[in-house]
Design a protein around this ligand. Structure first.
Ligand code: ADP
Ligand code: MG
Length: 245
């Protein structure tokens, strides 16, 4: 990114963070968080916020089937826990059913949850799932975390950490350090995952968390890592603002 472009991007991101804060929220919606990542040149799947069923149908035509629907509610942290995620929706008929089901599930999960809408997203083919995190650590300052996504992270705690900002080479070390590295390197005839793309994204997350001290926490969970040469794309993202924001 050239210097002028970077200034413009930083300005635009600051404005998003500022508008979230002035609406009295501490957490960006998934769509807002992905907008920040996209401005920072981190690949994300296309994600549009729909206000109602008709809006969702219209957006699905733009995004193109197959799509994913996800609840967007400031009161729901883990969308899957509320059964608020439906992937692989192939038609308008399926969309209508999935939409109604999600709304019903979410109401059963938490009748008081405020619904901000439902996101209509590009469905991506399954990749190996990883997680990238960023944090303003109380003692160490800006820090990045890397691990394998899904159950792996939560159960095995197989993660690596570095101070931010960090170089792409340091990011590659982080990737090689985790116990699950063979899953990314390719085992039993499976091709290697795109570790270069993943390292480039970790480096960008390191810069993002360093340059925006008002971001207290950031989570990409999961990022789909495709085969070597095919890149990596964030399909879920959270950004939290700190007290001092
Ligand atoms: P949660 O809030 O529960 O973390 P996610 O947005 O991470 O919700 O979605 C849950 C799971 O659904 C992901 O871990 C991923 O496996 C799958 N998923 C999410 N988005 C997509 C997508 N766009 N394309 C394909 N699969 C997806
Ligand atoms: Mg997630």
């Amino acid at each position: 990114m050239g210097e002028w472009k970077k200034l413009a991007v930083k300005d635009e991101i600051s404005q998003i963070l500022e508008s979230v804060k002035s609406s009295g929220r501490r957490e960006l919606s998934e769509a807002e968080a992905k907008k920040v990542l996209q401005l920072w040149e981190i690949p994300v799947n296309r994600t549009e916020l729909a206000k109602d069923m008709n809006d969702a149908i219209r957006l699905a035509r733009e995004v193109r089937y197959p799509i994913v629907l996800k609840i967007s509610s400031r009161d729901i942290l883990h969308k899957s826990d509320a059964k608020g995620v439906k992937v692989g929706i192939g038609s308008e008929l399926e969309l209508r059913q999935a939409y109604d089901e999600i709304m019903k599930n979410v109401a059963a999960f938490n009748p008081k949850a405020r619904i901000d809408g439902i996101t209509v997203q590009e469905h991506l083919p399954a990749g190996r799932e990883a997680i990238i995190g960023g944090l303003q650590d109380k003692s160490f300052g800006p820090t990045v975390m890397f691990g394998l996504g899904g159950v792996w992270v939560e159960i095995i705690k197989d993660t690596s950490f570095r101070l931010a900002p960090l170089t792409v080479d340091e990011a590659k070390e982080m990737i090689r350090e985790i116990k699950g590295f063979p899953i990314l390197a390719g085992t039993r005839g499976e091709p290697p995952a795109d570790i270069d793309a993943l390292a480039a994204i970790i480096e960008k997350v390191g810069k993002l968390i360093s340059e925006f001290p008002q971001i207290s926490e950031l989570d990409i969970n999961p990022i789909f890592v495709f085969n070597s040469g095919k890149g990596a794309t964030a399909v879920d993202a959270r950004i939290l603002l700190g007290d001092g924001a």
